[in-house]
Write a protein that binds this ligand. Sequence first.
Ligand code: SAM
Length: 288
Amino acid sequence: MLGVDFEPDRQVSLAAPLGSDLAFANRFEYTPCMVDIRKSWDKIAEPYRKRYEISTDVVHYGPLCPGEDKLHILGDINGKTVIDLGCGGGQNAIALSRMGAEVTAVDFSHEQIRLAENLASEHNAAIDFITGEISDLSRLPKAGFDIAISSCAIAYVPDIKSMFTEVYRILKPGGKFILSDMNPLQYIMDEIDGGVEFNHKYPYDPILLKWRWEFDELQRAPGFQHYVRSISCYHNALTAAGFAVSKILEPKSTPDTPHIGFSREILEEYKYIAEHIPITFIMTCRRP
Ligand SMILES: C[S@@+](CC[C@H](N)C(=O)[O-])C[C@H]1O[C@@H](n2cnc3c(N)ncnc32)[C@H](O)[C@@H]1O
């Protein structure tokens, strides 16, 4: 399914050790070069926004996951300084701004930032958007933020050690970091005939997956890659960076979520998996 025409911009050695099982059946294929996913995000930004219909009313944490209106993780953020890391089309940044926060939002895709700026201006939301790499926040001052949030972006980041160290540096003492993404468990199983087969190994070590994202609007599906990491891998990297992990949440999957379109797609294709495991996990951390 995945070809060799990934348009790799650079050949680099892999940042993390790969698991021993590199044969990802039909779904995934390993190639030893990195895909420039920043360019791929530029290409899919517009159709992604249309297809996934993410709410700007309520802060979301991931597909099939209850939003902030149900989970109350952030609490009262009126007047707080909040940074959204890997902000995509700006939906969470806008929802945070509606809650009264002073919001900065970072993403390395120019196109995502352009769309986010447009959407924020449609909503009269004053947000400071920055085009940049979230594992290098050196242009931001230390201890400048009360809260950092990153939803569904961490799997794309090769160097989580740098990112967590940077997030720690830009947070005020006592500041919160809320990290969420999709549950690694879903990657070890395939849904077949309304049941599951366990065809892939657990990510004991981070696994790099390469794939394509198809959109009707795009003639050629851009190549992507992301890391599948265990929750313990994230936990241990966060504590190594100095964070205290307060809670790990694995909410029961629900269609009642602000992450609308992606949730619908998962339910159509992976109903059994979604019914049996939490699709999104959330980690809440505190900078001592
Ligand atoms: C799945 S989208 C999530 C967007 C948003 N947080 C949300 O939940 O709707 C992932 C975003 O992370 C951004 N991203 C991925 N890796 C990044 C990196 N290393 N630095 C900055 N942005 C990154 C992509 O450009 C993309 O906009």
